[in-house]
Write a protein that binds this ligand. Structure first.
Ligand SMILES: [Zn+2]
Length: 351
């Protein structure tokens, strides 16, 4: 029996020497270590042998099994190393090959405008606030001199969540909130407060090239004991010069907004033709850019402030309108379509 084990080992060694690849190695592994391997056959046959023989045979068989396993592993290592070396030899790096281009994202043009306007105003002491888009009718309308049933509510077709709650139709809701807060905090002395808020606003508008049911606004206001119309005019002119170029001028036209009195529409002299007349300004030399005015005394009162002690200026800017003018975009929908080719054009803006 011991001699048989020796023969099996010899047979294994002979076959192992002939093995040329991993597949063949796997085959002899099956043959010599599997259930019906010759070693197992011998162990099965010795179940009737005496104890001493069993012990000797068992020991010899285990030793043979360990040798076989060891040699199989060593051979497998050799093959694996060969495979790796072959791979390394073939995987040469061609440093002259062009690399893969990284694609960097861009800031959205609307964000570029928001950042620019917020820079302009924060530099002159305005606070930047973001606000709630789902707003109480109270702050969106009533406190802004638009009581229930007021005809001017029709100017802003509104999405109602319920009777008391709306999708805000303008960022002016934050003016109302800030003024109410100021009224609660104020004790005795009247302080200055200036802030701009920005974000999405919603109107039940039919979408077309220049209208969208959702768009973005920046709304600003400043209140204090001595805020005058002259301050308003300075702020608007300053903003336009920073936003377009230093040589632009502004023109104010009387208008009506429920929350300001007096109210004005603001035109900027065409920054493209310097007022000579071109397609952008429709040959008029002027471009309408925003609405503004002095905060209506009613609004101050409705928010708990005393119009005898405090006055304020306010303005509202459509971000899309400014972006369309600045970047020469003709369709408002381009801002919402997330077309990478369109957005890529703004990659190096401001650099
Ligand atoms: Zn022009």
């Amino acid at each position: 029996m011991i001699a048989k084990i020796t023969l099996i080992l010899k047979d294994f060694n002979d076959q192992l020497n002939k093995v040329n690849n991993v597949e063949q190695l796997e085959e002899i592994k099956q043959q010599f270590t599997g259930k019906s391997s010759p070693l197992n056959e011998i162990l099965k046959m010795m179940k009737d042998a005496d104890a001493t023989t069993k012990q000797e045979l068992g020991k010899a068989a285990n030793e043979a099994r360990a040798k076989i396993a060891n040699k199989l592993n060593l051979k497998l290592d050799v093959f694996n190393r060969e495979i790796l070396n072959r791979k390394l030899l073939n995987d040469k790096i061609d440093v002259s090959k062009p690399g893969t281009d990284f694609s960097f994202g861009t800031k959205h043009p609307l964000n570029l405008v928001i950042e620019e306007i917020s820079d302009i105003f924060t530099e002159i002491g305005y606070e930047m606030i973001n606000g709630t888009e789902v707003e109480l009718d109270l702050y969106n309308f009533q406190n802004l001199n638009l009581p229930l049933g007021h005809p001017a509510r029709d100017m802003q077709d509104t999405f109602y969540i319920n009777e008391e709650t709306v999708m805000r139709t303008h960022c002016t809701n934050m003016t109302s909130r800030m003024l109410s807060k100021l009224a609660q905090e104020q004790s005795g002395e009247t302080k200055n407060l200036a802030a701009i808020s920005y974000g999405n606003v919603y109107r039940r508008d039919d979408d077309d090239a220049t209208h969208s049911h959702q768009f973005m606004q920046i709304d600003g206001f400043a209140v204090g004991p001595k805020i005058s119309f002259a301050n308003l005019k300075w702020v608007l002119k300053y903003m336009c010069k920073r936003l377009f170029n230093d040589s632009v001028n502004i023109r104010l036209r009387p208008s009506y907004f429920p929350f300001t009195e007096p109210s004005v529409e603001v035109d900027v002299s065409c920054f493209k033709c310097n007022g000579a007349g071109c397609a952008l300004c429709k040959q008029s030399g002027w471009i309408e850019i925003l609405g503004s005015g002095m905060i209506n005394q009613q609004v101050l009162e409705l928010n708990g402030l005393d119009p005898e002690k405090i006055t304020g200026l306010a303005f509202g800017i459509g971000i899309e309108r400014i972006a369309m003018l600045k970047f020469g975009v003709t369709n408002i929908r381009a801002f919402y379509e997330n077309n990478v080719k369109f957005l890529d054009q703004f990659k190096f803006y401001g650099e």
